[in-house]
Design a protein around this ligand. Structure first.
Ligand SMILES: Nc1nc2ncc(COP(=O)(O)O)nc2c(=O)[nH]1
Length: 269
């Protein structure tokens, strides 16, 4: 269970809520108390079309929060595509690197991770926020995402990262249209055949808003997508996902407790 902590002014669903350090630290502690195994701290919005920020800005946003949460004993991941930011975050107390580019954005990332010996979440990605939706074209999205993630894994292993440190992630909403996200959800088992834990991160994403659109076609607002997020998270875990990355930790923990108490039924496929 990974709780999302975006210390950015412009993330798609919670931008600006945790820019102030005290608010961010308090929310991180709250998510840990609600059952998050990791709090994922991001200093640069990755939503489609987001403006990039420089490394100094990203570091200035995340380091103070990482230091305070690490001191409070909260296990942390750093959500960054920059090796320099990952290195600084590890130094400050982050235990996991969550790289939405899967190592593509910064060739130096693999060495930082290999040297640190820390877990590395490799997400499927086809480019930065400004052009990624132009790259959402697939013949078979699951087969292609699987093949591209396999390349990311091979490059990580070649750089000396240990296999047991790798987690893969289909990158829902990154260079993917709604139908691609649903295909990846329905055929999650095919990603599992790569032999690595799969992280499923659908929380509040726009394809859920589209599914829940109103009679006039307007998408459900991001902060009203929690039930859909929880439902898809439980289904992903039932299909074999290693973990989920969510904004609403408490609700997701509650739902997974119900799933477990119900015998933890598994989805085939
Ligand atoms: N591993 C991983 N990390 C991510 N970081 C940010 C976002 C963008 O959404 P946010 O605003 O919820 O952070 N999505 C992912 C994701 O799908 N997988």
């Amino acid at each position: 269970m990974i709780g999302v902590l975006n210390v950015t002014p412009d993330s798609f669903s919670d931008g600006g809520r945790y820019v102030r350090r005290s608010d961010a630290v308090q929310h991180g502690i709250e998510m840990r108390e609600q059952g998050a195994d990791l709090v994922d701290i991001g200093g640069e919005s990755t939503r489609p079309g987001a403006e990039r920020v420089d490394a100094d800005t990203e570091v200035s946003r995340v380091l103070p929060v990482i230091r305070e949460l690490a001191a409070a004993g909260v296990p942390l991941s750093i959500d960054t595509t920059r090796a320099s930011v990952a290195a600084a975050a590890i130094e400050a107390g982050a235990a996991v690197v969550n790289d939405v580019s899967g190592g593509l954005a910064d060739p130096a990332m693999a060495k930082v991770v290999a040297d640190a010996g820390c877990p590395w979440i490799l997400m499927h990605w086809r480019g930065h926020s400004r052009q990624m939706q132009d790259l959402a074209t697939y013949h078979d999205v699951v087969a292609e995402v699987r093949a591209e993630l396999a390349q990311r894994v091979d490059q990580a292993l070649a750089a000396g990262v240990r296999p047991d440190r790798l987690v893969i992630d289909p990158g829902l909403g990154f260079a993917k249209k709604a139908e691609h996200n649903w295909q990846l959800t329905q055929r999650l088992g095919e990603l599992l055949t790569l032999g690595y834990p799969v992280l499923f991160a659908a929380s509040r994403k726009s394809y859920l808003g589209a599914l829940l659109a109103g009679p006039d076609g307007s998408p459900r607002p991001a902060d009203q997508r929690e039930a859909a997020t929880i439902a898809t998270s439980v289904l992903a875990v039932a299909a074999g996902a290693w973990g989920v990355r969510v904004h609403d930790v408490r609700g997701t923990v509650d739902a997974l407790k119900v799933w477990a108490a119900s015998g933890a039924p598994r989805l085939a496929g």
